[in-house]
Design a protein around this ligand. Structure first.
Ligand SMILES: [Zn+2]
Length: 137
């Protein structure tokens, strides 16, 4: 039986401060889809509880600022801006700095390529005129 009161004690009805019953359930954690198995995973979970895939991204080795710069200068060029944007390892100021460096590098590459092409074109024109003069004589 649930009556644990001592016998003889008068039961006084005191209004409870909180209504009885289970506490209200905590708000559900925000969910997001696992990038591998597409099942809902807690937004702050580091790994998918079902397939074990790393969640969120943004903290792989290629999101490290140094590696982003290496990738930007070696292969990616301006596409490394995507890594900068997605990276969780950098603050906003560092991201801006990284973006500026990568953009400056990209601009430099484009400019030097343009200069090289213009230089080559001038040479080709000179060569053509020389040939024309030679053949005209
Ligand atoms: Zn998964």
């Amino acid at each position: 039986m649930e009556n644990s009161e001592e016998p003889g004690e008068t039961r006084v009805c005191v209004p409870a401060a909180a209504p009885p019953g289970p506490p209200p359930p905590p708000p559900p954690a925000p969910k997001k889809g696992c990038p591998k198995c597409f099942r809902p995973v807690d937004a702050d979970a580091e790994y998918c509880p079902r397939c074990g895939a790393r969640q969120g991204g943004g903290d792989g080795w290629y999101f490290h600022p140094v590696w982003i710069l290496v990738l930007a200068f070696a292969v990616l060029g301006p596409f490394a801006l995507f890594l900068v944007w997605k990276s969780k390892r950098m603050g906003f100021a560092v991201k801006l700095l990284m973006a500026a460096v990568i953009l400056a590098y990209t601009f430099m590459c484009v400019w030097s390529t343009y200069e090289l092409i213009a230089f080559e074109l001038r040479h080709i024109n000179d060569f053509r005129e020389m040939m024309r003069e030679l053949s005209g004589k």
